[in-house]
Design a protein around this ligand. Structure first.
Ligand SMILES: C[S@@+](CC[C@H](N)C(=O)[O-])C[C@H]1O[C@@H](n2cnc3c(N)ncnc32)[C@H](O)[C@@H]1O
Length: 309
């Protein structure tokens, strides 16, 4: 179904199917795995991709360089030519239910050789991938500006390989507070089920950027908050599926994703551990002893793989 938000016939059809217990053709049967496995690849993303079989990955998260000379990894002679290689490889390895979420920014034009806008143009015009959502990650904290409106958002584009892409809205709904629930329950036009489940987070996500003293910080200049990644993993993949997380400093290959156990929880544990070592454990919001126990369990299933060309 096309994402035509000005028409509600598709939505009506989905509601009717739900009421009659008819599953959408994109639904997938899965069971929650007892064990999760993780592999960290120390490698160029393209070298890893080339070793992966066709149609095998459910979700690719990629936060590529911005092409703004932020660091040695951020300069390109021809950004789009480079990006085409991993975009094509990503399309190949995705399952038919698969999704790719690409982070980026649009505010950095000028003499540069490409940015997220060009990646979108390429995917829409030269591949059969489908743009599902253009997500605005909005934050209130950021740099000031004098010659333009201060930037307060970054973008994440979500492309699907086919129209049967997997999406689990229920796992990312935002619960209503009790007061709102009471008010909504009085409105007979609203679906009681949806009131209990919470609201669609929409395509504008207000999630604070990581301050330099944030307990999540690991020292990367463009580190994304775990909550942004968590929402993508939970919504766009299912337990037992494989998620590739490229060009994150914490570049992880995540096997048997984790809806209920949660990849990001694991990342949080690593960060907590780091913070504990730095004696700032008071900033870590989760119970430390539980963290350490879970960290130990997770590390038993963790592999580090170095890929040579
Ligand atoms: C925008 S940053 C990602 C930051 C990350 N999202 C985080 O939250 O910490 C881009 C990253 O891509 C990595 N990178 C650049 N070229 C790469 C390549 N060919 N393969 C894998 N990673 C690459 C860089 O080392 C850099 O850390």
């Amino acid at each position: 179904m096309a994402n035509k938000s000005h028409f509600n016939s598709g939505l009506k059809m989905l509601n009717m199917m739900k009421a009659n217990g008819i599953l959408h053709s994109s639904s997938i049967k899965f069971s929650i795995p007892k064990k999760t496995r993780h592999a960290l690849f120390i490698s160029d993303a393209v070298d890893v991709l080339k070793k992966i079989p066709d149609n095998s990955i459910q979700l690719i998260l990629i936060d590529p360089p911005y092409n703004i000379d932020m660091a040695s990894w951020d300069s390109f002679h021809d950004y789009l030519e480079w990006a085409k290689i991993w975009l094509e490889e990503s399309r190949r390895v995705l399952k038919d239910s698969g999704n790719i979420a690409i982070f980026g920014g649009l505010q950095y034009q000028g003499i540069k050789t490409g940015d997220l806008m060009e990646l979108i143009f390429y995917l829409r015009n030269y591949t059969d991938m489908r743009l599902v959502n253009f997500i605005i990650w909005y934050y209130k904290n950021g740099m000031s500006a004098h010659r333009f409106f201060a930037n307060r958002h970054e973008e994440i584009v979500w492309f699907a390989k086919t129209k049967k892409y997997y999406f689990d809205l229920d796992s990312v709904r935002i619960p209503f507070d009790e007061k709102t629930k009471i008010a909504y329950r009085r409105d007979k036009r609203l679906n009681p089920d949806s009131i209990e489940k919470g609201k669609n987070p929409t395509n504008v996500w207000e999630i604070g950027r990581l301050n330099s003293n944030s307990w999540e910080r690991v020292g990367h200049p463009t580190q994304k908050p775990a909550e942004v990644v968590r929402r993508l993993v939970r919504g766009l993949s299912y337990p037992g599926s494989i998620v590739l997380d490229f060009s994150l400093v914490r570049a992880l290959q995540e096997k048997s994703v984790l809806k209920k156990i949660d990849i990001v929880f694991w990342l949080i544990m690593i960060r907590c551990l780091k913070n504990i070592l730095k004696n700032i454990s008071k900033n870590c919001p989760i119970n430390i002893r539980t963290n350490l126990r879970l960290l130990k369990i997770q590390l038993q299933n963790f592999l580090i793989i170095k890929i040579n060309k």
